[in-house]
Design a protein around this ligand. Structure first.
Ligand SMILES: Cc1cc2nc3c(=O)[nH]c(=O)nc-3n(C[C@H](O)[C@H](O)[C@H](O)COP(=O)(O)OP(=O)(O)OC[C@H]3O[C@@H](n4cnc5c(N)ncnc54)[C@H](O)[C@@H]3O)c2cc1C
Ligand SMILES: NC(=O)c1ccc[n+]([C@@H]2O[C@H](COP(=O)([O-])OP(=O)(O)OC[C@H]3O[C@@H](n4cnc5c(N)ncnc54)[C@H](O)[C@@H]3O)[C@@H](O)[C@H]2O)c1
Length: 471
């Protein structure tokens, strides 16, 4: 007999897992369907592995800089196989914990397989799913409610001739490398590109970044992007903006990229090519049309601010619904659905305070409004700005690169947003975020007594340094 569930989550992502656990605890018979690994992208292919490898890259950087601090080390030797093993241990532990978390409640199960909407839907408000199980069997289940949390995968541009015929790397396969590339060419200059570019530079590769746009980090203000470019260039990454890759050819580790730049056509030699040109939603096997679920122009699942799709009793959460693709956003989608469905809440995605950090070193973190966004909205703002070298702790640590800026409403003195490009920038931005969340005026941070010499102490200086010269 066909099994029925009160709720089925498709994809074991960052929102779906906690949602499944809450629904099971609430008494609903719940299943998570996952075709690959429990924990989804963040745990297996994203945040956890990349930040674990990044920790090794930072140690390599500091070891090389030892002499700057009067600490003399011997020759640095990078063992990618050991770095990989350390990362893999972290991933497997987290994956296992995720799987355990989905199977401890008697109302909750984890079914390993790929889900699609069945060709014939009952039409009574419930939904039928076909499951192609990983053990080769197939089954059909019915669900009163469905939550789509299928995430995204690396986007491989069609327009680059020959790319699919060479052994290119993506954000997943680059984390399997057992040796350091000779020359890594990275296509794209977003989060994935810049994080990996710097990591592999620190492991000893020569690195070139090719960006088709005019600048890196297109979501950030011009001065921030320029400051970041300066830092990465100083480190030794070659960055070529306004560059279109027309063709990739060659084989093994003898690859060639034909590019067109402002200086004319060029051919670059590479041992490895990383494609980091964005991500595409995982929707194809679902057969969304069978359930009447509409997609946006980008192919993401269309949702309203309560994460409802165009089909009754079907919601979407996380990256697959489009918009900012971050773990903490997917997790917040979970909170919205939990409160609305299990506690008669009225939460929505409207006016969510967005924050994120790019884990280059130094980190580039943002919360709320940027200067460019304020200008676009025609919003009057006061701007406080300091170079990171004004932070005493950054000087003491000999990590003075970067800048901080914050936007303040001139009428209310409330903080509207901030960007911190600097040592542990993500943590400093989180301090400003808490002030925004608590509705504190900037003067509270200007006058706040922070322990000396913490990085937070720089907030005193930041909020006394407005471009208009007033305090
Ligand atoms: C290299 C890298 C580094 C990143 N670093 C960060 C970071 O530092 N901070 C941050 O906030 N974000 C980071 N991200 C982004 C973050 O990983 C994602 O935003 C987050 O994982 C999104 O989770 P999700 O809930 O949308 O689903 P995902 O975690 O993407 O999970 C979706 C799951 O659905 C499964 N699935 C898909 N289709 C089906 C189907 N038909 N049937 C069954 N299962 C299916 C997939 O196998 C997958 O496991 C990074 C991403 C990458 C690639
Ligand atoms: N620290 C973090 O939070 C973190 C880390 C990694 C990934 N992520 C998430 O994953 C998402 C995807 O990351 P991403 O870096 O792949 O995408 P992205 O959208 O951030 O950047 C892609 C870049 O590639 C460029 N590009 C596209 N096609 C190109 C081409 N043919 N040639 C040259 N350049 C080209 C784009 O102009 C853009 O600058 C991010 O948007 C982010 O949400 C987050």
């Amino acid at each position: 007999m066909m099994e029925s569930f009160d709720a089925v989550v498709i994809g074991s992502g960052q929102g779906g897992n906690p949602l499944a656990k809450s629904m099971a605890k609430h008494g609903w018979k719940t299943a998570v369907i996952e075709r690959r690994y429990a924990g989804g992208t963040c745990v297996n292919d994203g945040c956890t592995p990349s930040k674990t490898i990044d920790a090794s890259a930072r140690v390599a950087y500091l070891a090389r800089r030892g002499a700057d601090f009067g600490v003399h080390t011997g020759e640095i030797r990078i063992d990618m196989a050991e770095i990989y093993a350390r990362k893999q241990k972290m991933v497997l532990t987290s994956r296992e914990n995720n799987a355990k978390g989905l199977t401890t409640d008697p109302n909750s199960s984890l079914l390993m397989g790929q889900a699609s909407f069945a060709e014939k839907q009952p039409g009574d408000g419930t939904h039928l799913l076909d499951l192609a199980m990983n053990d080769g069997t197939s089954r059909q289940i019915s669900a009163a409610r469905i939550f789509l949390n299928t995430g995204e995968r690396p986007h491989i541009p069609e327009e680059i001739d020959g790319l699919r015929d060479v052994p290119y790397l993506d954000s997943t396969s680059i984390m399997e490398l057992q040796t350091v590339p000779g020359h890594l060419v990275v296509i794209g200059a977003g989060y994935i590109a810049l994080e990996f570019a710097q990591m592999f530079l620190r492991f000893g590769a020569t690195v070139t970044v090719l960006e088709r746009g005019e600048r890196l980090a297109p979501h950030e203000d011009d001065d921030v992007a320029e400051c970041l470019r300066g830092i990465l260039t100083e480190d030794g990454i070659r960055i070529i903006t306004c560059s279109a890759v027309s063709r990739v050819h060659g084989s093994g580790q003898e690859l060639k990229l034909d590019i067109v730049t402002d200086d004319g056509p060029q051919t670059l030699d590479a041992t490895h090519v990383l494609v980091a040109t964005g991500r595409s939603p995982n929707v194809e096997p679902l057969h969304l049309d069978r359930a009447g679920i509409a997609q946006s122009k980008s192919g993401h699942i269309q949702v309203n601010e309560k994460l409802e799709t165009t089909a009754a009793n079907i919601w979407a959460l996380g990256d697959v619904k489009g918009g900012p693709a971050f773990t903490h956003v997917s997790y917040d989608d979970f909170r919205i659905l939990r409160d609305n469905l299990l506690a008669k809440g009225q939460r929505s995605t409207r006016d969510r305070l967005l924050t994120y950090a790019m884990f280059t070193d130094p980190e580039l973190a943002r919360v709320g409004l940027s200067e460019a966004e304020a200008k676009k909205q025609g919003r009057e703002v006061r701007i406080a700005q300091i170079p990171m070298k004004w932070m005493a702790r950054a000087q003491e640590m000999d990590e003075p690169r970067g800048m901080m800026k914050a936007l303040v409403d001139p009428k209310t003195n409330l903080i509207l947003g901030a960007t911190v490009l600097g040592v542990e920038g993500g943590e400093v931005a989180a301090q400003i975020q808490i002030a925004i969340m608590g509705g504190l005026p900037y003067t509270a941070l200007r006058e706040g007594i922070f322990a000396h010499p913490t990085k937070s102490e720089a907030l005193n200086t930041l909020f006394t340094t407005f471009r208009d010269g007033k305090e």
